[in-house]
Design a protein around this ligand. Sequence first.
Ligand code: SIN
Length: 277
Amino acid sequence: MEIKLLSGALGAEIKGLDLKDTSNENFKKINDLLLEHKVIFFRDQILSAEQHKAIAEKFGPLETHAYVKGLEQHPEIVRIIKAEDEKNQWGENWHSDVSYNAKPTKAVILKSIKIPPVGGDTCFSNMELAWETLDEKIKEKIKDKKAIHSSLGAEFFIKNYKKMEGNNKKNYDEYANEHPIVRTHPETGKKILYVNWTYTKKIIGFEKEESDEILNRIFEHQARLDLTCRFNWTENAIAIWDNRSVIHYAIADFFPGRGLGYERIMDRIAIEGDHPQ
Ligand code: SIN
């Protein structure tokens, strides 16, 4: 097995591991790599929908997306499609997937099907490192606080994608959950900064103005380039990320007028998480 680090902060590209091998031994290697690097990448892995689901199921029960319809035959697979003529791209801002859920996603396995010849990379940022490096005064203020995560941001995703279908849930504005701002990783015991630009709306216990000010400082900190890595996709590549300890950002730099306008297609499977503690 070969491990190539993508940056000093997080992320590793792995060679010599077959994701079709769902033995406990192979899964342990994959999970250990995931816990160590937080996001791991594999190229040239031709997986059928069944094989994609089989490796995902090793991590735990599969999740169906709160707002987006899955494939007819495989409701757990969300096909993320950005058409040639669309400007918006699913996930084009920093976020942790479905953090508005009471039990947000544990991990995601994303498979590339069609990739533009230029652009469309995905960035990841390490939230364990973000907590470690956060300003001590802010840490002191927020360490025992909770924040509200709302699906208000999800409406944008569904309304803007012609080729993706919502599942007719219409409760965007009222669907929200509270989570600790600093959560403890259930497997590693490490502290993680658990807020994100897309879904986190307010710190409980602060007036809106102060909450906005602190959150904006945190969002800026989370996006610091020295906390991130960036993956340049090829077709049949796989990314597995620990959605508890990273945030991510799909870069929309291949729309008409910028990068000429290409289609990008990905298959996404998410694994159910727990209540952040
Ligand atoms: C996502 O934000 O979940 C998708 C990331 C991507 O398409 O690169």
